[in-house]
Design a protein around this ligand. Structure first.
Ligand code: FA5
Length: 345
């Protein structure tokens, strides 16, 4: 019995070292100190001993039991404090609100524009931001070496022996979404009714209404008998749905190599209510889009017979359209990453 008492004492000490959490200690208690535990069984067998032996062995067994119980308790408290405090979960505390991002105002409003145009039978198409000169200029009837190519402040891509490359090999950051008209017409059969939202790039100085990269939404509608009247009707429908009210616009004759006739659309500046401010360069009007009837050369370059098909195209300066919706007084706010601005949408 003395031997067994010694063994129990050694076993407990070994097993304590392996205890990692409260559950392990609970099992240890059960194994040695509970009613059916090894120590309790040993105490029961003491009864069978002679009075003398029971007295000496009993007091030794009691001493070991106390020592082991204290040891387990001390270790148990240590493990409890070190391992479990961090994991402690108080269900009564109010929860932490997770930080959730939200859609950028330009993307959000592009999604709205897509819905409106899709309701009028337009499909949404995308094209590459890194474009070649042929699609960005030549196919759109920009004369070769003509200053019109420079009118869009092009960002040309550095390439080895660039001057020896063909137009289809020379790369630029697309200056407008119009090249996607060509890509679409070359690969589809008329009639066409598409919009092309996307980012465009220009090498120009920034101010309240000019950015180096900004968004455009291109539109193209080609059919047998489309006229400027159709353009006006589609745009009026769009403005009405997008702004939820009538907006004041004016059409000015203009020039684009890819449309004839061409015009530009100005909108009464909502930032200053037409009185004149930095957004509209003190004119009370902000140019929001270019448009016109698609030039026959552009249709020919895209494999479409201009004798059979005709229609209009437009390119909206999307940032400015959104600025007019929310009376935003600087286009650069869209790209500054200032959460105080972005959280308002
Ligand atoms: C074009 O880009 C033509 N591709 C539009 C077009 C398409 C005309 C189809 C005819 C047919 P423009 O360079 O004017 O045109 O740009 C169109 C619109 O983009 C402008 O009316 C203006 O609202 C916006 N825009 C132009 N430059 C900037 C800029 N730096 N920052 C923000 N918006 C700009």
């Amino acid at each position: 019995m003395e031997k067994e008492l010694k063994e129990i004492s050694q076993d407990i000490r070994k097993e304590i070292a392996l205890c990692k959490d409260i559950d392990d200690f609970w099992l240890l208690h059960k194994k040695y100190l509970s009613k059916e535990g090894r120590l309790s069984i040993l105490f029961q067998s003491l009864k069978k001993l002679s009075t003398d032996k029971r007295a000496s062995l009993g007091s030794e067994a009691n001493r070991i039991k106390k020592e082991l119980t204290d040891l387990i308790k001390t270790k148990e408290i240590k493990v409890d404090q070190s391992s479990n405090l961090d994991d402690y979960f108080d269900p009564t505390l109010p929860g932490k609100k997770p930080a959730i991002g939200h859609i950028h105002p330009l993307t959000k409003s592009i999604n709205r524009a897509k819905m409106i145009f899709e309701g009028m039978g337009f499909s949404t198409i995308e094209g590459p931001e890194l474009e070649d000169e042929w699609h960005n200029f030549d196919a759109l009837n920009f004369p070769k070496d003509h200053p019109a190519r420079e009118m869009q402040d092009t960002l040309f891509i550095k390439q080895k022996n660039r001057e020896k490359l063909l137009e289809k090999e020379r790369l630029v950051m697309r200056t407008h979404t119009s090249p996607v008209q060509i890509r679409y017409m070359l690969t589809h059969k008329p009639p066409f009714r598409i919009i092309v939202p996307g980012r465009v790039f220009r090498n120009e100085a920034t101010d309240a209404s000019h950015e180096v990269n900004f968004y455009q939404i291109e539109g193209l509608m080609i059919d047998k008998d489309i006229s400027v009247a159709n353009f006006k009707a589609i745009m009026e429908n769009f403005w009405q749905s997008f702004y939820g009210k009538k907006v004041k616009i004016r059409l000015r004759p203009s020039f684009f190599p890819f449309t004839e006739p061409s015009f530009e659309v100005d909108m009464s500046c909502t930032s200053c209510k037409g009185r004149g401010c930095s957004v509209c360069s003190k004119t009370g009007w902000l140019e929001v889009m270019g448009a016109g009837m698609v030039h026959p050369n552009v249709l020919k370059n895209s494999g479409v017979d201009p004798k059979k098909w005709q229609g209009f195209a437009f390119g909206m300066g999307w940032d400015r359209i959104v600025m007019m919706k929310y009376s935003i007084d600087d286009v650069r706010l869209f790209y500054g990453g200032d959460l105080r601005f972005l959280k308002q949408f």
